[in-house]
Design a protein around this ligand. Structure first.
Ligand code: NAI
Ligand code: 15L
Length: 275
């Protein structure tokens, strides 16, 4: 997918948190066609604004007042900031758990009506790879990280029921340039498909709180997106073109978590703090 300039973008100002991260850097380019101004935020330093179409605002998601100021004047929020791997609970609490509360509370106070939440497959990571699930399945978080994303989805649900703020929670699989291993043959989400999914999440009316799995059109999948059909997301890429190079890697043992669980190695991280 090529991003083209749009003289009449659908949004005036979008906020992207996590803008200095792996996906944030990709989305900095790819969200431009959808908004007149893209406000980019992270706790980490990033490249300054490249012109009047960008605003850069450093912010710690754990700081409620700073998040309140960050959200002022935006039409919608793409919430990608936070700890993105398994860590001790104490490290996840501020950025992910307090952070998602601060985002929704700021959205409520500033009248923002749509959030796109970067949730994760680790909300359901303890399902086995021979089990197929849809968005109505019971959650089985595989880590403190997965728990924080599960809490974020509950926050989204509450703020819709209580305040009418709509959210699309995208349970992203593995969004990288290429699938890095056998597990990612099922979980891979290309950047083009991620971009399409985010556009649909931003522009589809009446999403309420929709949960969608963020995966490409891979040959072997564990997730069923029929409950998010109203988004009209139609992935174009497939991990299949990488099969030969991925399968050239040594085969892990059959009981390796990477071969057993949706969440792969995350299910075996920890415990922390026993020393
Ligand atoms: P990343 O770790 O590269 O980016 C996350 C960003 O959040 C970093 O730039 C970091 O500085 C920032 N951050 C951390 N703590 C913060 C705080 N207290 N305040 C403000 N910013 C803070 O992760 P990546 O891969 O770009 O993922 C982006 C989002 O998508 C994350 O929320 C992640 O959990 C989610 N996700 C990503 C997947 C992937 O395959 N890349 C899969 C599933 C979910
Ligand atoms: C995630 O949630 C992580 O943020 C990302 O770094 C990958 O580990 C991904 O899941 C995955 O499961 O491959």
């Amino acid at each position: 997918m090529t991003t083209t300039s749009n003289a009449n973008p659908p949004f005036n100002r979008l906020l992207l948190t996590g803008a200095a991260g792996g996906l944030g850097k990709v989305l900095r380019e790819r969200l431009q066609p959808f908004t007149r101004i893209l406000r980019l935020s992270d706790i980490a330093e990033m490249e300054p604004a490249r012109g009047p179409h960008e605003e850069v605002q450093l912010c710690d998601l754990a700081d409620k007042q700073a998040v309140h100021e960050l959200v002022e004047g935006v039409d919608a929020i793409l919430h990608f900031g936070g700890v993105s791997v398994e860590r001790p609970f104490e490290e996840i609490l501020g950025p992910n758990i307090c952070g998602v509360f601060h985002i929704y509370e700021a959205a409520r106070r500033h009248g923002v009506k749509r959030v796109i939440f970067a949730s994760s497959n680790h909300v359901v990571g303890f399902y086995k790879q021979d089990e197929s699930i849809d968005a109505s399945c019971a959650r089985r978080p595989d880590s403190y990280y997965g728990l924080s994303k599960s809490y974020g989805e509950d926050m989204a649900s509450f703020y819709f029921d209580r305040y009418g703020i709509e959210t699309v929670s995208v349970r992203i699989g593995s969004s990288f340039p290429e699938p890095a291993n056998r597990r990612m043959m099922s979980t891979w989400l290309s950047y083009d498909d991620l971009t399409q999914l985010l556009e649909r999440a931003l522009r589809t009316p009446d999403v309420g709180h929709t949960v969608v799995y963020g995966m490409s059109d891979n040959a072997t999948v564990w997730w069923d997106n029929h409950m998010a059909a109203h988004l009209g997301y139609q992935p174009k890429d497939s991990s299949e073109v990488f099969r030969e190079q991925v399968e050239a890697q040594p085969m892990p043992a059959a009981d390796d978590p990477a071969m057993v669980y949706h969440g792969g190695a995350f299910v075996a991280a920890g415990p922390f703090g026993d020393a």
